[in-house]
Ligand binder design. Structure first.
Ligand code: ADP
Ligand code: ADP
Length: 238
C-alpha cells in the first residue's frame, strides 16, 4: 500500500536550474523516510514538492485516495491541510507566546480567517495537548524567543501536530542544533510519528542520524536519487 507517489516529478527553477531530475518515489503509510544528501542535493525541493509548496515542472504527484494527479485546487488544499511542516528555521513569532505560536498551526487547517480569533477553548486545549506531547506545557505562556533552539524546534513540531496531519514533512529540522539537542529533537519527532502512525519525510545531511532513525533512506545527489533502501544497506560507497 502507498500514501503518496511521485511519477517522474521534476523541478526546474525559473532561472533554468534543474534542482530535481525526474523522480519516481512511492511513500508508504507509516514509514519514517529520511532524505539524505549534501547541501544543494535537492532535498528541500523534493520535500516541498510533496505538498505543492514547489510546483513541479514535469511529472505528477499522486495521493492514494484521489483518482487524479494533484495539480492545484481543492485536492491539493486538502492534502496541505493534512500535511504538517517543520522547518530548519522554525519560523516562530518570537514576541508571541509559545501557545499562540502553536495555535498558528491551525491556520493551515481553516479556510476562513473568521474562524481564527479569538481562539476557542477547544483550540487552546488542542494546543496545550500538543505542547504536552513535546514536553513544553509549562512554557505555554513564555515568549517564543525566550526558548532555547531545541525548545523552539519542539514548538515547531507541536505547531505541526495541532493540524492532526497524516503526513509530516520536516526540512532539515535539526540542522541548526548542536548534536546532542539534534538527536533528542529527532528522537521526539520519530517517536511521535510512530505513536500516531504518521508518515514522515525528513531531510537530513547527517548520515549517522539517518541510519539511526530512518525506516528507509532516499539518498539524493545533484537532484537525483542515488540510493533507496534500508539504512543497513547504505554503505560508505553510497
Ligand atoms: P521567481 O524567481 O519566479 O520569483 P523562484 O522559484 O525562482 O521564483 O524563487 C523563489 C524564491 O527562492 C525566491 O524568493 C528566490 O529568492 C529564492 N531563490 C532563488 N534562487 C535560489 C537559490 N539558488 N537557492 C535558494 N533559494 C533561491
Ligand atoms: P538541499 O535541500 O538538498 O540543500 P535544495 O532543494 O534547497 O537542496 O536546492 C537544490 C538546488 O537548487 C541548489 O543548487 C539550490 O541553490 C537550487 N535552488 C533552490 N531553490 C531555488 C530557487 N528558488 N531558484 C533557483 N535555484 C534554486
Amino acid at each position: 500500500s502507498w500514501l503518496l507517489q511521485t511519477r517522474s516529478l521534476a523541478v526546474v527553477y525559473s532561472n533554468g536550474y534543474q534542482a530535481l531530475q525526474p523522480t519516481s518515489l512511492t511513500i508508504r503509510p507509516g514509514e519514517f523516510l529520511v532524505l539524505l544528501g549534501a547541501s544543494g542535493a535537492g532535498k528541500s525541493t523534493l520535500l516541498r514538492s510533496l505538498n505543492g509548496l514547489v510546483r513541479p515542472t514535469a511529472g505528477e504527484l499522486l495521493l492514494h485516495d484521489i483518482d487524479h494527479p494533484l495539480s492545484g485546487g481543492r485536492a491539493l488544499r486538502e492534502h496541505r491541510r493534512r500535511t504538517g511542516m517543520v522547518f530548519q528555521q522554525h519560523h516562530l513569532i518570537g514576541r508571541q507566546t509559545v501557545l499562540a505560536n502553536v495555535l498558528m498551526g491551525l491556520l493551515a487547517t481553516r479556510s476562513s480567517l473568521r474562524s481564527l480569533a479569538p481562539w476557542s477553548k477547544d483550540d487552546k486545549e488542542k494546543a496545550l495537548s500538543a505542547l504536552d506531547r513535546v514536553g513544553l506545557i509549562d512554557k505555554a505562556l513564555t515568549r517564543a524567543d525566550a526558548l532555547s533552539g531545541g525548545q523552539q524546534q519542539r514548538v515547531g513540531i507541536a505547531r505541526a501536530l495541532i493540524q492532526q496531519p497524516r503526513l509530516m514533512l520536516a526540512d532539515e529540522p535539526v540542522a541548526s542544533l548542536d548534536p546532542h539537542t539534534a538527536e533528542s529533537v529527532l528522537q521526539l519527532l520519530h517517536d511521535i510519528c510512530k505513536t500516531d502512525h504518521l508518515t514522515a519525510v525528513v531531510s537530513l545531511h547527517q548520515i549517522d542520524f539517518a541510519k539511526r532513525f530512518a525506516d528507509r533512506i532516499v539518498g539524493l545527489s545533484q537532484g537525483r536519487v542515488v540510493f533507496d533502501g534500508k539504512p543497513a544497506a547504505l554503505t560508505d560507497a553510497d
